[in-house]
Design a protein. Structure first.
Length: 126
């Protein structure tokens, strides 16, 4: 079970970091305002060349690789709920790095999610 917990902590951290990188890249690229084929092609061409987008996508690929490994080790009823650790990591990164403000009620919700993850982890697995 230890390798599952370690893998799922890394899943949460890599997913949250990857999503944060994608957010930075998306802010640099800007909004999609024109849905014409040429405009969409130009936007996606810029996106795939953005270093933050590339790094974020690579971290999300790592996340999925670790998730697949964890699913090969134990049941989906353990692995998939443990992936919710991402919410805690994402909130911490958003506050620390992006300067976002998280209201107390959202922190309470994140705390409940993490508590649920801890209960699932404490229950053990196959």
């Amino acid at each position: 079970m230890t390798r599952v917990i370690v893998a799922m902590c890394l899943v949460g951290l890599s997913a949250a970091t990857g999503q944060t990188f994608l957010r930075v890249g998306a802010q640099q690229i800007g909004e999609i305002n024109d849905y014409g084929l040429a405009s969409l092609f130009a936007w996606f061409s810029t996106a795939v060349a953005n270093p933050w987008m590339i790094a974020g996508t690579a971290l999300n690929a790592l996340c999925y690789g670790l998730l697949i490994a964890a699913l090969s080790w134990t049941s989906a009823t353990i692995v998939l709920p443990l992936s919710a650790l991402e919410y805690g990591f994402a909130a911490l990164l958003a506050v620390a790095w992006l300067g976002e403000v998280v209201p107390p009620i959202r922190w309470a919700g994140i705390g409940l999610v993490v508590l649920g993850v801890l209960l699932i982890g404490a229950g053990g697995g196959a």
